[in-house]
Design a binder for this molecule. Structure first.
Ligand code: SAM
Ligand code: SF4
Length: 347
């Protein structure tokens, strides 16, 4: 059936075996990145050959299929979504779904390096919020963590995002011995800039190499219970009922009025309310960030111009969404519990 005669939201929504409605799709539009963050990638990453990666048109078709099946929120991620060639075209086309009322939100998670260039166009396309990853405000530490990044460029990107009217949430990975001493500064800075801030625990995803003293994630792991305890020494944290259906729990910092989130996938079980699935740039659908099971949507996508096979493959995949994950970081087990990198499935 051609797209223009197909109803935008076709009959039965996507409901998984645990009665969770799937309304949120995260799409990793590329596995490539202009940074090499130490907890995310090895320095000498081998990226996917271009032939395996979906075209911009194919990514759009897949996103539209999910929206037709009831997805209301799309988040583009990566790798670095804004280094993917043609990504702004994809964002503009998906932005049309907002105008049509078929989608509630189109957003992205970015390292911020390209926001100087793209913020205005993002707003023009209908993007209202972005998550920007920033773990430190110290230029030297920033380059040590990202290996290839420059803090100044990200700060410029943030200024451009703000000027364009984008709401910004900063994501900071809590790293033992690295940004442990900057927690108060990050809260203060985010408050002054008008940004929300979320701390994330390191997750055991993918081999990361053994350089810069970060040989394994046991060394990097800094539990957020400790982050919170430290922050409470200086800030008044009021528990907030703000919820996104995601893994973050939120507080409000009374002194700054900004939201403060904690994503604790390892120490807190957030799976019961999970409404999301993740698509990679090769068309592989992961029903859970912490499990290996996946469905190949590239084959049904390419098998015909009609979306019938694709819709059936998506529905079948959702019947396999597991109840939850089983991440573990412990001292006896240094291999990652899930071998793919975060840059494959996106954050
Ligand atoms: N490049 C973009 C960025 O950095 O925001 C989007 C992709 S990145 C994989 C998404 C998020 O995952 C970032 O906030 C990053 O800090 C986080 N991340 C990457 N590897 C991680 C890991 N092993 N544990 C926890 N968070 C991780
Ligand atoms: Fe790139 Fe984001 Fe991974 Fe850093 S966390 S290497 S910016 S994909």
């Amino acid at each position: 059936m051609p797209d223009d005669v197909r109803p935008l939201h076709q009959s039965a929504p996507l409901i998984d075996p645990f009665a969770r409605a799937i309304t949120y799709l995260r799409v990793s539009v590329t596995d490539r990145c202009d940074f090499r963050c130490v907890y995310c990638m090895a320095e000498d990453m081998t990226f996917l050959p271009k032939s395996e990666v979906l075209s911009i048109e194919e990514l759009e078709r897949l996103c539209r299929a999910f929206v037709r099946l009831g997805v209301r929120k799309l988040r583009l991620t990566g790798g670095e979504p804004l280094v993917r060639r043609g990504v702004m075209t994809l964002i503009e086309r998906l932005g049309e779904l907002l105008g049509q009322g078929a989608l509630d939100e189109l957003t992205l998670t970015t390292n911020g390096s390209q926001l100087g260039k793209h913020s205005e166009a993002l707003v023009h396309a209908g993007v209202r919020r972005v998550n920007v990853s920033l773990d430190t405000l110290d230029p030297e530490k920033f380059t040590a963590i990202t290996r290839w990044g420059k803090l100044e460029k990200v700060l410029e990107g943030l200024a451009a995002a703000k000027a364009a009217g984008l709401a910004v949430k900063i994501n900071a990975v809590a790293l033992k011995g690295v940004n442990e001493d900057e927690l108060h500064r990050l809260v203060e800075w985010a408050g002054a800039e008008g940004f929300d801030l979320t701390f994330i625990e390191v997750m055991p995803l993918g081999e990361i190499g053994a350089d810069v003293g970060t040989a394994n994630r046991v060394d990097q792991f800094f539990p957020l219970s400790m982050v919170r305890a430290k922050l409470k020494e200086r800030w008044t944290l009021d528990e907030s009922d703000y919820a996104t259906g995601g893994p973050a729990r939120y507080w409000t910092v009374r002194e700054t009025g900004r939201r403060l989130g904690f994503i604790t996938p390892l120490t807190h079980n957030f799976c019961e309310s999970c409404n999301r699935v993740r698509l990679t740039c090769t068309g592989t659908l992961y029903m859970c960030l912490g499990q290996e099971d996946a469905a190949d949507l590239r084959v049904p996508l390419r098998a015909s111009d009609d979306d019938e096979l694709l819709d059936a493959a998506i529905r079948e995949a959702i019947t396999r969404k597991p109840k939850g994950h089983d991440f573990v970081i412990d001292r006896r087990r240094t291999a990652p519990s899930v071998s793919r990198h975060m840059s494959v499935t996106g954050g």
